[in-house]
Write a protein that binds this ligand. Sequence first.
Ligand code: PEP
Ligand code: MN
Length: 334
Amino acid sequence: MIIVLKPNTSSEQLTLFTEKLKTDYDVTINRWDGIHSTVLGLIGDTTRVDIEYIEAQSIVESVKRVQEPYKKANRKFHPENTQIKITDGVTIGDGSLHIMAGPCSVESEEQIVSIAESVKKSGATLLRGGAFKPRTSPYAFQGLKSEGLDLLKTARRQTGLPIVTEIMRVSHIDMFENVDIIQVGARNMQNFELLKELGKTDKPILLKRGLSATIEEWLMSAEYIMANGNSKVMLCERGIRTYETFTRNTLDVSAIPVIKRLSHLPVIVDPSHAAGKSWLVEPLAMAAVAAGADGLIIEVHNDPPHALSDGAQSLTPEQFDSVAGRLFSLKKAL
Ligand code: PEP
Ligand code: MN
């Protein structure tokens, strides 16, 4: 971190300030005296340094971070890829392609079990399904809630597929005890209380990117979970809001190699919520695999026109079968 001091800073002010930085943050300080101003270089772990406190000091002209504010999620301090074992046969980040597939919302036992059976046949290794749904309208279907969780477990019993489903509240964490991967939705990416509590569990977390979050903000949310003790975090790119309205969101394909460079955490891509249209799911999913994604999460519904949520972006089981086949062929070719 580089701090530029204002001209005319007295040597007493300078000593007071540098001593405080050293004791508060355990850093060493290099100092350069120029003709007009003095520059300080802070060396050491500056992740805990409060940049706003420094900016607020009357002798400070400007501050610049030269190191990323995230540490545990940073590849610099953890060069090898993180692998997250979900079950005996499923490890995410091990170089193989994993597809999580299933409906946006769990609607009935028959629906979730039949979708689970068919996506499994097509090569999906995890079952997705929302039980608690964050809907834009309070009048829209809000999910089957705890009954939905039970139905996911029924589908897991019948197919062996591990389950991934979204949590919305801290008070529900106990209810998610038997879920294999807990999803934090885009709207909750900065629900810091939820992130902190999930950090105290040992559950794998699928952390979706917020609708308008920068890559750094997203990594800082991962850092919240990791700083509390849980390093099993997967980052899910699901499209961000741009000025384009043709698609539901804009899939940020560049985020995949960027995250891979900045972080060691696995990257999962959700082409369904990025696209908003079922015919766009295949090309976006192919692009994600080509760009280095470790996995995909894809919405599949047995009867998309009658789905209780996100029907327009849901593939039928037959469409999913063909898309999955092409994705695995592409992965093999790569
Ligand atoms: C979902 O997965 O159904 C969902 C609501 O996703 P997102 O949080 O990305 O909108
Ligand atoms: Mn959905």
